[in-house]
Design a protein around this ligand. Structure first.
Ligand SMILES: Cc1cc2nc3c(=O)[nH]c(=O)nc-3n(C[C@H](O)[C@H](O)[C@H](O)COP(=O)(O)OP(=O)(O)OC[C@H]3O[C@@H](n4cnc5c(N)ncnc54)[C@H](O)[C@@H]3O)c2cc1C
Length: 460
């Protein structure tokens, strides 16, 4: 045996990847790093649900926190995990899934048990803007000071805050990014991390731990052998995300995006990348490269520019969440004064169940509850109604979105809500939409309202 081989066989390295919003194998710096440091060692690939339940957030989060994730969001997540699991199995490992078990052990306790039993030496994670998830990482670091942590960037275009300070408004941010970085007219693609061809195995004593292996009622092979019944719907998983990306840019839709993006309910009228981007089944680098290729090969116009413009909003809110931390969840947000709205359980229930006196709002809310999606225009209208017409505490609206949106993203959701509530990054203060005018403009024939039964009002 050569010295090299002797050293390798003594590698006791046990690496654990803690997936969060990086549910893919392509262009995943975290998985790639783990595959490199675990060569000849062992590898645990873990997704732990509800890890943040361990946190004591009574002061600012627990009041409006929801109990269970909405069905559409949960299904999308499970399809994504199933697809990830299939990719990991192809590479010689598999996904371990921690969820609250019958013994009522929370997932933090289960994760701790796993780390201790397997004598984990290294943990690989992706950088996240999620304040609560980061608090869990802090707890783990304090609990296991000897473990080496490896943090990679997988969710954004930039490894760190791309400017010295985050500007107060999106417009300043966009202008500075477009001046300081050559991403706007990139002739060359952004470098994409290679996909590991194979992965180190699980430790031997884990190989029969069936109770930890990922299983889902939504099929282990989501999307791979079961093409979607409805092409125009969100189906979770990297493969579905990539298929959607290529289908979208294989069509004419990108060249008219700017004129169609405000439509209330049409699959091709906006990109629909958000859900795959939010849980990391699609990397934003891959999306941007595909956009630039479309601009090089087909057409570069106002519409293709506007797709970039919206992707930059996503970047802005990512760095906004990183910058403002727990203020993202504060009633007064990043402003000096709290808004004059408050909680009213009855009005909140009407808004949630789509039984307000505003048909357009009801239709949007029914669509959200049923599908887990709502157009950007719809989100603006229902949030404006929530804050201005109903006078409610915006955090309850944001939490309801968090519960149901298939594309829930901490920065984009809470940042947009703050913006509309006038406690965030909007230089103009809060924004109120005229619901009658908006209905005339975006649903002149009442089709959307009919389709989503927006006319069902509360009878009393
Ligand atoms: C109150 C409110 C809450 C929201 N919550 C979320 C959320 O939890 N997750 C989320 O991804 N988006 C959120 N948005 C932003 C936006 O509504 C969705 O990103 C968009 O509707 C998703 O559809 P799409 O992929 O077709 O978007 P497109 O119009 O095709 O835009 C392309 C991409 O740009 C990004 N993007 C577009 N608009 C915004 C925006 N205003 N802020 C941040 N990113 C944007 C998304 O990644 C999107 O996929 C919210 C907006 C509002 C007003």
């Amino acid at each position: 045996m050569s010295n090299q081989a002797a050293n390798n066989s003594e590698n006791n390295n046990v690496t654990l990847v803690l997936f969060h919003n990086d549910l893919r194998v392509a262009d995943n710096a975290t998985l790639l790093k783990a595959s490199k440091i675990s060569t000849d060692g062992k590898l645990l690939l873990v997704y732990a649900s509800s890890l943040t339940d361990i946190l004591d957030n009574k002061d600012h989060y627990d009041a409006y926190r929801y109990e269970a994730m909405g069905q559409a969001r949960q299904q999308f997540l499970h399809e994504s995990l199933a697809d990830l699991n299939a990719s990991l199995i192809q590479r010689g490992n598999r996904l371990l899934y921690l969820q609250k078990n019958l013994a009522a052990l929370d997932t933090f306790a289960q994760l701790s048990e796993l780390i201790e039993q397997q004598q984990v030496t290294d943990i690989c994670i992706s950088q996240t803007a999620d304040y609560n998830q980061n608090k869990v990482y802090d707890l783990l670091q304090v609990k296991y000071p000897k473990i080496q942590w490896h943090v990679q960037t997988t969710a954004t275009l930039f490894d760190g805050l791309p400017l010295e300070h985050l500007p107060k408004s999106f417009t300043q941010f966009r202008k500075q990014i477009e001046t300081d970085y050559d991403l706007l007219h990139a002739e060359k693609d952004i470098a994409i991390y290679p996909t590991p061809e194979s992965l180190a195995p699980l430790p031997e004593n884990m190989q029969s731990r069936d109770e930890c292996f990922f299983e889902s009622q939504w099929s282990n092979e989501a999307g791979r052998d079961k093409p979607s019944q409805q092409p125009s719907s969100f189906r979770g998983g990297e493969l579905n995300g990539l298929t959607h990306l290529y289908t979208y840019f294989g069509s004419d839709a990108p060249s008219t995006y700017k004129t169609t993006r405000n439509t209330l309910d049409d699959w091709t009228h906006s990109t629909k990348f958000s859900a795959w981007l939010a849980n990391g089944s699609l990397s934003v680098n891959t999306v941007l490269n595909r956009l630039r290729r479309y601009e090089r090969d087909i057409i570069a116009n106002d519409s293709t520019y506007w797709i970039w413009f919206e992707l930059l909003w996503r970047e802005y809110f990512y760095w906004y969440a990183v910058t403002h931390q727990q203020k993202l969840f504060w009633f007064k947000g990043i402003a000096q004064h709290a808004p004059s709205t408050q909680l009213d359980e009855n009005l909140l229930a009407q808004w949630k169940s789509g039984t307000t006196q505003y048909p357009i709002v009801n239709a949007c809310m029914n669509q959200l509850r049923t599908t887990g999606y709502m157009s950007n225009r719809g989100r603006q209208l229902v949030a404006s109604c929530f804050i201005h017409e109903l006078g409610l505490d915006w955090r309850y609206g944001a939490a309801y979105f968090e519960q149901h949106l298939v594309d829930y993203d901490v920065g984009s959701n809470w940042g947009n809500w703050q913006y509309l509530a006038g406690v965030g990054a909007d230089p103009r203060g809060c924004r109120q939409f005229n619901l009658d005018k908006q209905t005339q403009q975006y649903d002149p024939n009442g089709e959307f309202i009919r389709q989503w039964q927006g006319n069902t009002q509360k009878s009393d």
